[in-house]
Design a protein around this ligand. Structure first.
Ligand SMILES: *Cc1c(COP(=O)(O)O)cnc(C)c1O
Length: 385
C-alpha cells in the first residue's frame, strides 16, 4: 500500500496523524455496491466507525445510507448530504434532545431498544408519526471480543425475546408510532460466518412469530459487524462482501415485498486508514526492547481497550533490501499508562529514532475514539489525492 513516493511525502509531515487512502475506500465501496446489489440489499454506513466529513461524504456519493447512534451523528449525516429517508438511528440511550432533532429531520427509522424509549418517542412526536423498528436481542453469540458483543441476553442492547408479547401489546396503544420493521446487531469484528447463519435462523423464527400475530414487517435490518483481516491488510484489503451477503441470501427467509437492510461500519473504512507515527526513542531492556512512538493510546485506543492486534510496519526500512525483519520490540506510546502499548513482541527490522511507522487497519474506531488525555494535541487527518 505504501509506495516510495507516498512514504517520502508522509515523511515530511508532522506526526502523528491518520492517513486515509481514498482510492482504496473507493474500491471497497464499489465492491460493496456490486455484491449487495446482487440481492437488492440496502446498506447504511455506521458513522461511528469514522465520522470524518471526507469519508462520510464519499460513502454517501456511492448511494449508501447512514446508520447513526447519536444525535450529532444524525446531524453529521444531514450535513454531509444524506437524505433524511436514508438515515436510521439506533442506541440504548437516546436523549430527548436527540430524539427531537431526529423527529425534526423526519429520519427514515428509529431503531428502538426498549418499551420506555418507544413511549418517549411517541410522546415527543406529538402530532407527527415516528417510524420505528424494534431492535430485538437475538441471543446469538458473535464470537468476538466481549466488549463488542452486543447480541446476547446479558448485553444492554435491544428488546429480549421474552418481552416481545408485552412490548407489542403496549405498542399498539401508542398513537404516534408506526412499526415498520425489526432490527438486529450481534456485534463487531465478526469473522465467524456461522454467527450470521445463526442470526438468520433466529430472525426466521422471530418472523414466524410476527406472522402468527398478523403483524406485517416491511423491513428487516440485520445490522453489521463484518470483520477485517488485521494481520494481512494488503492481501485482504477489501473484505469478502460476496461471501457475507451470500449467507443472508442463502439462509434468511425474506417475505414478498420485504426489504433487507445492513449497517456496516468497520468493513467499509478500516483498511483505508493507518496511524502514522515517528519513533522517538529505542530503549533496550534486559529481556525486552521498546520502540517508543510519538503516537499513543490517545490516538488509537483499540489495543489498550480490546487487546486488539494491528500490524505495525517500519516505513523507513520497508524498501531497504538489506534489512530483515528479525528484531523483537514492544511498540509503545508516550502516555503515562502501562496499557499504552500497540503491540508486544512485534517483529520489525532494526528500528531507529526518526523512523516512520505505520499502524495499519486503523480507519475504523481509530480517530473517532481519540482523546486529548495528557493534554495531547488533537490528532490530524491526511487524505490521499
Ligand atoms: C456499531 C454498530 C454497527 C456497525 O458495526 P461494525 O462492526 O462497524 O460494522 C451497526 N449497527 C449498530 C446498531 C451498531 O451499533
Amino acid at each position: 500500500m505504501f509506495n516510495p513516493a507516498t512514504i517520502q511525502k508522509l515523511n515530511k509531515l508532522p506526526t502523528p496523524f491518520y492517513y486515509y487512502d481514498l482510492g482504496l475506500l473507493e474500491k471497497t465501496l464499489d465492491s460493496l455496491k456490486k455484491e449487495s446489489g446482487k440481492y437488492g440489499y440496502t446498506v447504511h454506513y455506521a458513522l461511528k466507525a469514522n465520522s470524518n466529513n471526507e469519508i462520510v461524504t464519499a460513502i454517501r456519493k456511492k448511494g449508501f445510507g447512514a446508520d447513526c447512534v447519536s444525535g450529532n451523528e444524525v446531524k453529521r449525516a444531514v450535513e454531509c448530504g444524506y437524505a433524511s429517508d436514508h438515515i436510521v438511528f439506533a442506541g440504548v440511550g437516546k436523549s430527548d434532545a436527540e430524539i427531537n432533532y431526529a423527529l425534526d429531520q423526519d429520519i427514515f427509522c428509529f431503531n428502538c431498544e426498549s418499551l420506555q424509549e418507544m413511549e418517549v418517542i411517541s410522546g415527543l412526536a406529538g402530532t407527527r408519526t415516528a417510524r420505528v423498528a424494534l431492535r430485538i436481542n437475538p441471543n446469538v453469540n458473535a464470537n468476538t471480543h466481549k466488549y463488542i458483543t452486543t447480541g446476547l441476553e446479558e448485553n444492554k442492547f435491544g428488546i429480549n425475546l421474552w418481552e416481545l408479547e408485552t412490548v407489542i401489546g403496549r405498542m399498539k396503544t401508542l398513537k404516534n408510532i408506526q412499526l415498520i420493521g425489526i432490527h438486529f446487531h450481534i456485534g463487531s469484528q465478526v469473522t465467524d460466518m456461522n454467527a450470521y447463519k445463526s442470526l438468520c435462523t433466529r430472525v426466521n423464527e422471530i418472523q414466524e412469530w410476527f406472522v402468527s400475530h398478523k403483524i406485517p414487517l416491511e423491513h428487516i435490518n440485520v445490522g453489521g459487524g463484518l470483520g477485517l483481516d488485521y494481520h494481512e491488510p494488503d492481501k485482504n484489503a477489501i473484505p469478502d462482501f460476496a461471501s457475507f451477503f451470500k449467507i443472508f441470501a442463502d439462509f434468511l427467509e425474506v417475505r414478498p415485498g420485504q426489504k433487507v437492510h445492513f449497517e456496516l461500519g468497520r468493513a467499509l473504512v478500516g483498511q483505508c486508514g493507518s496511524l502514522i507515527s515517528k519513533v522517538l526513542y529505542v530503549k533496550k531492556g534486559i529481556s525486552t526492547s521498546f520502540v517508543i512512538l510519538d503516537a499513543g493510546m490517545t490516538e488509537l485506543i483499540r489495543p489498550a481497550l480490546y487487546q486488539s492486534y494491528h500490524k505495525i510496519e517500519n516505513l523507513s526500512q520497508i524498501n531497504n533490501q538489506r534489512s530483515t525483519i528479525n528484531n523483537r520490540y514492544d511498540v509503545v506510546g508516550p502516555i503515562c499508562e502501562s496499557s499504552d502499548c500497540f503491540g508486544k513482541a512485534m517483529m520489525l527490522p532494526e528500528t531507529h529514532r526518526g523512523d516512520l511507522i505505520a499502524i495499519r487497519t486503523a480507519g475504523a474506531y481509530g480517530e473517532v475514539m481519540a482523546s486529548q488525555y495528557n493534554l495531547r494535541d488533537k490528532v490530524k487527518a491526511i487524505y490521499s489525492n
